[in-house]
Each structure stands twice: as structure tokens, then as C-alpha cells.
Design a protein around this ligand. Structure first.
Ligand SMILES: *[C@@H]1O[C@H](CO)[C@@H](O)[C@H](O)[C@H]1NC(C)=O
Ligand SMILES: [Zn+2]
Length: 441
């Protein structure tokens, strides 16, 4: 925003409205006594003074953009400034009309939206799509969740592009398992960040968003299986029954995983414990299955039969982060220990995102290293990957997963027109309609 010609002054804290200001660029050689270059400090305070032309000391006027990072309570304060300053300052009218979406405390939102240990920072449970998108640029309890998966999407895409320059994904069948894997590790963080962005449009949309999130994660487990089955499998398992049926079993796993995790959402309100156990189990089963060949190779290596240790060390880091991810998902630490302290930054879901992404990074490195170093051996001892067995399986599973999500979403989309199921009536009944209604509570 620009505060042209205003008498908003920045000084030492008196009766002070504190903001955190980014250092701002003042331009080169600005007139009016304001020094050029960057303003120095971060913690700043806005003091309002009436505009009296007879005053002695010239009041420096800010005619460059001031960026406010609105922290906890910052919104209310900005509104206060606008209210109090209406007469005194001539702020651009757009600023006064700027409606920052309000945030709510956990008791103000329906039960479906509440999260253990997160006390504030909730967005409106019936936000518009536009507000959802805007909310990802202002601080609330989901902002970090959105960005911790949105930025890694670009990282993985960049790695994918770099690989497609150095490899021949089009005609070299040996690279197809990697192709599938790379596509899926780009899809899952992206889906997740979309799910976090749009989950507050309604209770139904929240469920559907997370159905997609689970579907993408479950497809990611299939990507792991396809790449592990082709590149990571121990030498002595090549052409065994498990090797030949590894991918078909993994397809079964994704169907199981998506169905069970979507189903677990329906139990969330009545049986939170059971729902959590089911969901965790739904993701652990494919993970354990995928990792069996890797565990075996690590065992062999511990037993002194080590080949390609470079790839193995990446795989070990991956496993470490995978365990951490699983722990964070189930333990809800640290916010469980200090409810309200980690509402915006540092709650378990964020850490879970970060650890999942770091784990995926190491997994990708391991897979690529194995793929490069074992090419000759794998192609002479086993069959080359087929198009149907890689890309074909991906497309099939994609369609199957969409079907499952459709089956679970249909009742949510249809119900509001007839009679909503118990949990949803309870949820929507308490949804605050307006800000004023909330204040009256
Ligand atoms: C953040 O708030 C939204 C409601 O606006 C809720 O659905 C979500 O579960 C919360 N997320 C976390 C991580 O607390
Ligand atoms: Zn998430």
C-alpha cells in the first residue's frame, strides 16, 4: 500500500501500534528530508499525529510502499489504525476498504475443522475460493502447510526437467519407472498444497480435498513400488515371484490405501482414535511393502555384502526421515505439549510436510543413483521395464483412485440437498455466518 501524503509517522514507541515492518527501499535521493537507501529496522511502531500545518518539525512523509507483516493480533490493530486514523490520515481509500479475511479461534469453527492443540488462526469455514487463495499469502494456521508443499513441488519439477534433459524418457524403456516416480513426486506435494488451500470452503470440500490428498499420497506409494521394483530390488531377488508381482501387489495396495484412508474420515467425529489408527495403517501398509526390498538390501549390507553404498546411504537417510514423518503424523508433537503456541508456525503437520519432502528428496537421490549404477546388471539379468508395466499401471491406478475418490465424494456432494449425515449437520449448524455473529458469542 502507498501512504502518499499521509502523516503516519514512524517513531519511538509511545501509545504505540506495533507492527513488524520489512526494511523498505526508500529510493535514491528522495526529497523531503527522508534518507535514501533501505530503512534499517524491523520492529517498527506507527504513531498517529493530527495534521497541523503550523507544527515546527517537518513530519517525514512516507511515499513508498510499506509492507506490513500482520502477526497475531495484527489485523485487529490495522483495523484500529484505520478507524482511529480516518479523520487524521488520508490513506488511499482502497486501503480503508481492504478487507482482510478474519481468523477464528478453535471454539468458533465447526468441530470437523478443529485440530488438536491448534487454538487460533482458523480461516472461515465457508470461505470463498478467492479468499482461500488470498489466505495463502497472509498468516493463518494453514499458510505454512501450503507453502511447505508448494515450494517443494517446484523443486521436484526442476529436478524432473533436469533429468529429462540428461535422459531419454521418450524411448529408453529403462527410464520409465523413474519417469513415473518423478511424475508422482511432483503430484503429491502439489495436491497437498491445493488441499490445504481449499479445505476451508465447506465441511464437504474439506473432506473432498483430503480425499485427493490421500489419493495422491497413495499413488506416490505406487511410484515408490514401481521404481523400487525396477531399480532397488536386491540382486538375489531379481526374477523371483515377489519381483514379478511387486507392481501388481502395489496397485492393490494403493486401492486399499486410498479406500481406507478416505473411509477413515467418516469415522473422525465419532471415533477419532479409530479413525487415526485406520488412516495411519492405511499409509503404513504400502510403505512397509514398498520398503521390504530396501530393508533386505540394508540387511545384506550390514552382513558385509555391500554393493553401491552411495545409493544405500541416501536410502538410509530416506528411511530415517520416513520414520520421523510417521512419528510426527501420529504424535501431534509439539503442539500437544503447548496448545496454542504452534498455531501458525511449527505445528506437527508442518514438520510432517517438511520431513516428508526431505525424505522424498533422499529417496529420489537413492533411486537415481541405483538406476544409474545398476543399469547394465539389471538389464542383463532381468527383463526391461515395459510401457504397460510402468506408464500403463500409472494411468490405470490414476483412474481407479479417481473412481474411489468419486465414490466417497458422491454422498458428500449429494447429501446437502436432502438430509445431511449426523456429523455434517452438527458441523454446519455451528458455522459462524458473519463476523458480527462471532462477536456476539
Ligand atoms: C487450520 O484451520 C482450518 C480451518 O480454517 C482447519 O480446517 C485446519 O485443520 C487447521 N489446520 C491446522 C494444521 O491446524
Ligand atoms: Zn498436509
Amino acid at each position: 500500500m502507498s501512504m502518499q501524503g499521509s502523516v503516519l509517522t514512524v517513531g519511538k514507541c509511545l501509545a504505540c501500534l506495533e507492527f513488524i515492518l520489512f526494511p523498505v527501499w526508500r529510493g535514491i535521493g528522495l526529497s523531503g528530508g527522508v534518507a535514501a537507501g533501505w530503512s534499517q529496522s524491523w520492529g517498527r511502531c506507527l504513531r498517529l499525529e493530527p495534521n497541523s500545518p503550523g507544527q515546527g518539525a517537518p513530519i517525514p512523509a512516507y511515499d513508498y510502499p510499506v509492507w506490513l507483516v500482520l502477526c497475531r493480533g495484527g489485523r485487529a490493530r490495522l483495523e484500529e489504525v484505520c478507524q482511529r486514523g480516518r479523520g487524521a490520515i488520508r490513506l488511499p481509500t482502497e486501503l480503508l476498504r481492504l478487507k482482510l479475511p478474519q481468523l477464528y479461534e478453535n471454539y468458533q469453527v465447526p468441530k470437523v475443522f478443529r485440530e488438536d492443540g491448534i487454538m487460533s488462526g482458523y480461516r472461515h469455514p465457508r470461505s470463498s475460493a478467492r479468499d482461500c487463495v488470498l489466505s495463502s499469502f497472509s498468516m493463518n494456521n494453514e499458510t505454512m502447510n501450503i507453502w511447505t508443499h508448494f515450494l517443494p513441488t517446484w523443486y521436484f519439477l526442476w529436478r524432473f526437467c533436469a533429468l529429462s534433459w540428461s535422459m531419454n524418457f521418450l524411448t529408453d524403456s529403462y527410464t520409465w519407472p523413474l519417469l513415473v516416480y518423478m511424475v508422482l513426486i511432483c503430484i503429491y506435494p502439489f495436491t497437498s498444497s491445493c488441499a490445504h488451500t481449499f479445505s476451508t470452503m465447506s465441511p464437504e470440500s474439506r473432506h473432498i480435498c483430503y480425499f485427493f490428498d490421500y489419493g495422491a499420497l497413495s499413488l506416490y506409494s505406487l511410484g515408490c513400488a514401481i521404481s523400487y521394483g525396477h531399480y532397488v530390488i536386491p540382486d538375489c531377488w531379481v526374477n523371483t515371484f515377489l519381483h514379478q508381482h511387486f507392481v501388481p501387489i502395489a496397485v492393490g495396495n494403493t486401492i486399499f490405501c486410498t479406500s481406507l484412508s478416505c473411509y477413515s474420515r467418516f469415522l473422525e467425529l465419532q471415533f477419532p482414535q479409530r479413525s487415526k489408527v485406520l488412516r495411519t495403517g492405511a499409509f503404513i501398509v504400502p510403505f512397509i511393502f514398498d520398503t521390504v526390498p530396501l530393508f533386505y538390501r540394508i540387511l545384506l549390507c550390514v552382513g558385509g555384502n555391500c554393493s553401491s553404498s552411495g545409493a544405500l546411504s541416501s536410502h538410509c537417510y530416506h528411511l530415517l526421515f520416513a520414520f520421523l514423518t510417521c512419528f510426527l503424523f501420529t504424535a501431534h508433537l509439539p503442539e500437544r505439549l503447548a496448545p496454542g503456541r504452534f498455531d501458525y508456525i511449527g505445528h506437527s503437520h508442518q514438520l510432517f510436510h517438511v520431513s516428508a519432502v526431505v525424505g522424498t528428496h533422499f529417496q529420489m537421490e537413492g533411486v537415481i543413483a541405483d538406476m544409474m549404477t545398476r543399469r547394465k546388471w539389471l538389464l542383463t539379468h532381468g527383463a526391461a521395464p515395459s510401457f504397460l508395466g510402468t506408464v500403463g499401471v500409472l494411468v490405470l491406478s490414476f483412474v481407479l483412485n479417481l473412481g474411489i475418490i468419486g465414490v466417497f465424494s458422491a454422498p458428500l456432494l449429494w447429501k446437502p440437498w436432502h438430509s445431511a449425515p449426523q456429523q455434517h449437520t452438527a458441523a454446519t449448524a455451528t458455522a459462524p455466518a458473519t463476523a458480527r455473529e462471532l462477536k456476539e458469542q
